[in-house]
Design a protein around this ligand. Structure first.
Ligand SMILES: Cc1cc2nc3c(=O)[nH]c(=O)nc-3n(C[C@H](O)[C@H](O)[C@H](O)COP(=O)(O)OP(=O)(O)OC[C@H]3O[C@@H](n4cnc5c(N)ncnc54)[C@H](O)[C@@H]3O)c2cc1C
Length: 277
């Protein structure tokens, strides 16, 4: 449980971080809260030669609403979102989901940028951002580019963020007053989700439904969304929660049980969001 040796570099600014990353290439990793990266290094699943610490960069901690969009700096910690009146009002689904992550210590250190770039399908925030139709803003040697959440999560622990790019911010359409639901099943109170479901009512009255831990990436439950759009009730729509998914099997649950959980949790989250009535 001791990581391989590495060089520690502290970035003074976003420009400095980008320059260090460009210079060190694949040998370096950005360090935000360290709650995913350090365990990986301890298990020797990652052995970067250098860590570039971006945890103190104020430039990565923007939290503001511009027109109808919330701009969330990648360096915001879970607790910044959990206790933000703006996020609670405009994106209550996100506020509720981050409040359910790990324990207080995890929420005090872990960042949304780290959670998103790590790309773990069992993480809560990536699925919620998928339901919220978020956009990731990446900065690399070629300048800045935007990637929609629907294209960002590529495979297990793999995202569209290239090794020489920094995730700068996440843009999310504001959704004040719209109903939502969030459910997750876990064996112990601070465990990761065995399965989770996020439901968001959209401005046109439709619903976006996203699943945690039902495949190698966070997934939209398209079968449920189609059933709701066709006038199905919550229970009937939830019956399609596992359509098109490929849930993992592990010590906590096999794929069949995860499929069952997805249906049960989706029905509850749809009820919470007032969908399918
Ligand atoms: C005890 C425990 C319980 C947990 N429980 C949950 C849970 O219930 N639900 C849940 O969803 N998660 C859970 N987590 C995971 C936690 O949410 C993530 O570890 C955390 O959010 C990752 O963020 P970080 O800032 O720690 O990232 P780091 O570990 O610092 O980085 C993760 C990866 O992202 C990269 N990275 C970080 N920031 C950027 C950036 N701005 N641009 C580009 N790349 C970047 C790093 O290089 C690294 O590859 C838990 C973790 C622990 C340790």
């Amino acid at each position: 449980m001791i990581p391989a040796g590495f060089e520690y570099l502290r970035a003074d600014s976003l420009d400095h971080a980008a320059a260090l990353l460009a210079e060190r290439g694949d040998d370096a990793k950005l360090l935000a809260g360290g709650h995913s990266l350090i365990p990986l290094m301890k298990f020797r699943l990652a052995a970067p030669e250098a860590l570039i610490d971006i945890s103190r960069l104020a430039e990565l901690r923007a939290l503001e609403q511009v027109d109808g969009t919330l701009r969330l700096g990648a360096g915001l910690r879970y607790r910044d979102l959990e206790f933000s009146p703006l996020v609670r009002e405009q994106l209550p689904l996100l506020a509720a989901a981050v409040a359910s992550v790990g324990d207080r210590q995890v929420r005090a250190r872990g960042t949304i940028g780290g959670a998103v770039v790590h790309g773990d399908p069992a993480a809560d925030v990536p699925a919620v951002l998928l339901a919220l139709d978020a956009t990731m803003v990446l900065r690399g040697p070629g300048g800045q580019r935007e990637v929609p959440a629907s294209e960002f999560f590529v495979d297990f622990w793999e995202t569209a963020c290239a090794p020489d790019e920094v995730l700068v911010e996440i843009r999310v359409p504001a959704l004040a007053g719209r109903r939502w639901g969030f459910e997750k099943f876990r064996q112990r109170s601070q465990d990761w989700a065995t399965v989770g479901v996020a439901v968001q009512e959209l401005p046109d009255g439709g619903h976006a439904v996203a699943l945690v831990n039902m495949g190698p990436v966070p997934l939209r439950a398209r079968g449920v969304e189609e059933a709701l759009a066709g006038g199905a009730g919550a229970q009937a729509a939830a019956g399609r929660a596992a359509d098109g998914t490929s849930p993992p099997a592990d010590l906590r649950a096999d794929a069949t049980y995860r499929g069952h959980l997805a249906g049960v949790l989706t029905a509850r989250a749809l009820e919470q969001a007032g969908a399918g009535r």
